[in-house]
Write a protein that binds this ligand. Structure first.
Ligand code: HEC
Length: 215
């Protein structure tokens, strides 16, 4: 009995010595005892330049040309708790929005008690301003009274702007020219130039042949 215990204890001790020894040896071998510091501390994160706007998605011009007033009317259901949009409509929690597109900020409904956050901002409700406002009222005018989270989808913002524009405003919708169409025009033009050059060359060849024949 005792013998077996001693044998077992011996092996445990032996294993311990081996483990400790190999830790020391490998430490020396891999130079773990000498700290190596990288040239620049910290991780290097490979982020694209320009704040990571890799895929900006479709432009507002493009989406405005795609959406319709009736789609905007549906989105406006989210606004009717606080807003009317008809001519002479009452102010509610929010101001009446008849003819709002193109007007000055906080000037849609005289008599409505706008927050100074919106009233002091200045500028007009053009497509850009309105889109930014509807995306996040709080980000656009910090301290606004409009407690509405915002429309995160560009399609919803475009549609509801078209709907407001059709109710008492008539801002021209910005034109959208597809980039693909542009590229096609350029390709056609260079092709045409190529044709002219080829024709000139053929003419020269013909003239040379005539000269040779004459001589
Ligand atoms: C919870 C109520 C509420 C909801 C919902 C709401 N609004 Fe408003 N809205 C307000 C208030 C309040 C103001 C005035 C903000 C201020 O003075 O800071 C305002 C202001 C505005 C203005 C500026 C008007 C001006 O005269 O300059 C526009 C435009 C507007 N809202 C559009 C919308 C649209 C579009 C929606 C729906 C997508 C919407 N709001 C949803 C309460 C609301």
């Amino acid at each position: 009995m005792d013998d077996k215990f001693n044998t077992a204890a011996g092996w445990v001790l032996f294993a311990g010595i081996i483990a400790l020894g190999s830790a020391i040896v490998s430490g020396i071998f891999f130079q773990a005892d000498k700290p190596v510091s990288p040239e620049q501390p910290g991780y290097f994160i490979d982020a694209p330049e320009g704040g990571g706007e890799v895929d900006a998605g479709p432009s507002m011009e493009e989406v405005l040309n795609k959406m319709s007033v009736s789609e905007g009317e549906k989105v406006f259901a989210k606004c009717t708790a606080c807003h009317t949009v008809d001519q002479g409509g009452a102010n509610g929690i929010g101001p009446n929005l008849y003819g709002i597109m193109g007007k000055g900020l906080a000037q849609g409904a005289p008599g409505f008690a706008y927050s100074s956050a919106l009233a002091d901002k200045g500028g007009n409700w053009d497509w850009d301003n309105m889109s930014a406002w509807l995306k996040s009222p709080r980000a656009f005018a910090n301290g606004t009274k409009m407690s509405f989270a915002g429309l995160s989808k560009i399609e919803d913002r475009a549609a509801v702007m078209l709907y407001m524009n059709a109710n008492g405003s008539n801002l021209p919708v910005p034109e959208f020219v597809a980039a693909a169409a542009d590229a096609e025009v350029v390709a056609e033009e260079t092709e045409a130039e190529g044709d002219v050059a080829a024709e000139a060359e053929a003419e020269q060849d013909a003239a040379a042949e005539l000269n040779e024949g004459g001589a």
